[in-house]
Design a protein around this ligand. Structure first.
Ligand code: ADP
Length: 550
């Protein structure tokens, strides 16, 4: 802007200078021409007086340096000329000024020389004898005048350029200074030009609007960040070429990066083909999903296109942890298969035995054996179905069951009494030790825990073995421990015996009426009570299972 103002002022100054110069020279030229003409007229008058009185003698005695004097006869023949030989001069009768003088007594004329550089001015007067006296003077043309004044004009021009530059510089700086000093942060506090006031008011209004919108955007961004950072699901927003615009904490963790990866392409973080596939489909406006394995588990990846004005402008990637879901589905499938298998065997036995009996193929003395078999298998089926019901109830959270204060010792006492006949039958000594220990829990489930542990300790024991049930408080925990001197569990099975239908020795378990679900019920019921289970077992020596209630 300073430059523009400078050039404008400078050009205007130069323009004014040249216009003034031309005007001045023209006026000056006209003025001097007028003065010269007037003087020539006076001189003509005086010379005419002289010729009138003295004739040609007067002219011959005159030194005419500044003008040329010509005396012309009535017929136009030159009688005297101060500059040329009259013999060589042509007839002057037709000359404009001579004609005017002959007709009116006085005449003037002006003519340019052949080179146009000089102009001749003529003044003629008719004398009483009819002759004409003419005086002429050279007058320089305007062009010649300017040419002659070139040096002073050049000097004045240079001085004028220097002054113009200085003035233009100062002026442009002075004009621009208030603009440069404008405080746009506080537009209304400026003391600049009055013409700026509407502009500054507008800037002030716009600044306030921008401030308000910035605040709103910041707040929205913060809300979005808070919302997404507390999400367990991974969330990534990107443009349609896959450049990450926003990534939440969960997603950054999955892709083994941090939130500074904004601006990078998602495929530079993970080159998985399935991911590239869903992104390609989303880019083409089609929602797509896939399942991917990350180091933290298995995730469902949903890619949704974001459209604006009929064009895909971005992609939202949502990552959902499906590890547990898939595990649960797998477990459910296995469980269904196991249940069907477990039920099929006793049902076959029952239906086979009943078929034989119905067909009269069983000897009367064997009927008792067959009936016993049917009874035993149906008892096993009932136990199995009961255990399945208990487990599915536990899977659903047992929310309909009552939480109450339960004395573990009393509960164990009842259970031990219940199992005593069985223990006696197996020739196993069953003892209860400890003290009154109350916990807050679901009586039915706690009973299940104690019963299953004690039942196993008796079942997987040997003749003459012992089972010691201990209830006491230790280190702030209520501890139930069931120790037996039975067959024990080898290390590789110790973790797995808590799985559904897992048995170390399947045929032995079935033989003694096991369902393979007892310890699963113990595990789930303990989990529901926040209790921790530990197993310590030595094959052929015995097992100790401890449940620590908080
Ligand atoms: P089951 O109905 O077969 O007893 P459980 O879930 O109660 O089912 O137990 C699973 C398996 O763990 C049993 O089949 C058995 O092999 C083993 N087991 C459980 N308790 C004991 C124990 N006290 N001593 C030795 N093995 C045991």
């Amino acid at each position: 802007m300073t430059k523009r103002i400078f050039y404008t002022v400078f050009i205007v100054a130069i323009g004014v200078f040249f216009s003034s110069l031309i005007l001045f020279i023209t006026v000056l030229y006209e003025y001097f021409s007028g003065v010269q003409r007037d003087q020539l007229l006076i001189q003509t008058e005086l010379a005419a007086q002289g010729v009138q009185n003295e004739g040609i003698k007067y002219l011959e005695g005159l030194s005419a340096d500044h003008c040329r004097i010509t005396w012309i006869g009535r017929d136009g023949i030159v009688l005297y000329d101060s500059a040329s030989d009259i013999g060589e001069m042509e007839n002057h009768f037709q000359r404009e000024e001579v004609q005017d003088a002959l007709a009116e007594g006085y005449g003037t004329g002006a003519r340019y020389s052949s080179t146009l550089t000089e102009r001749y001015f003529y003044s003629a007067k008719r004398l009483p004898d009819g002759t004409v006296l003419r005086l002429s003077a050279i007058q320089n043309s305007l062009f010649m005048l300017i040419l002659g004044m070139l040096q002073p004009i050049g000097i004045i021009f240079l001085a004028m350029v220097a002054v113009s530059i200085i003035l233009a510089l100062r002026l442009s700086k002075n004009i621009v200074r208030p603009l440069n000093e404008l405080n746009l942060d506080k537009p209304l506090e400026n003391d600049g030009y009055d013409e700026f006031v509407p502009l500054l008011r507008r800037i002030d209004i716009q600044q306030r609007e921008i401030k308000r919108q910035k605040g709103e955007l910041k707040q929205m961004k913060n809300e979005f960040e808070v919302l997404t950072s507390s999400m367990a699901e991974g969330l990534i927003l990107m443009n349609c070429s896959g450049t990450i615009l926003s990534i939440n904490h969960a997603a950054a963790k999955l892709f083994d990066t941090d939130r500074s990866c904004t601006g990078e392409n998602i495929l530079s973080l993970n080159r998985n083909q399935d991911l590239a596939g869903v992104l390609y489909r989303a880019k083409n406006g089609e929602p797509a999903e896939t399942v991917m394995d990350f180091s933290y588990g298995r995730y469902q990846v949903d890619a949704s296109p974001v459209s604006a004005g009929g064009k895909v402008s971005g992609i939202v990637l949502l990552l959902l942890d499906v590890t547990e879901k898939e595990k649960a589905e797998q477990m459910r499938r296995e469980f269904t298969a196991n249940v069907s298998h477990e039920l099929k065997t006793p049902l076959h036995t029952i239906s086979g035995s009943a078929e034989l009996m119905a067909g009269g193929l069983v000897k009367p003395e064997d009927i008792a054996v067959f009936s016993e078999r049917i009874y035993a298998e149906s008892r096993r089926m009932i136990r199995l179905v009961e255990d399945i019901i208990k487990l599915s109830h536990l899977d659903e959270g047992a929310s309909d069951m009552n939480w109450e204060k339960v004395d573990l010792y009393l509960l164990a006492d009842e259970t031990v009494k219940l199992l005593l006949p069985e223990a006696e039958k197996a020739e196993v000594t069953l003892e209860l030790h400890g003290e009154t220990t109350c916990i807050y829990g679901i009586r039915q489930l706690l009973q299940g825990i104690v019963y299953n542990l004690c039942d196993n300790a008796v079942k997987y024991n040997r003749r003459g073995g012992t089972v010691r049930v201990d209830i006491r408080k230790k280190d702030g925990f209520s501890v139930l421990s069931v120790a037996d001197s039975g067959i024990g569990v080898s290390a590789e099975h110790q973790e797995r015996i808590f799985e559904r239908f897992y048995r170390v020795d399947k045929s032995h378990s079935k033989e003694i009426g096991g369902t393979g679900l007892g310890l699963s019920i113990v595990k789930h019921a303990s989990k529901l009570h926040g209790a921790q289970i530990d197993i310590h077992s030595i094959p052929d020596s015995g097992t100790v299972i401890t449940v620590r209630f908080p």
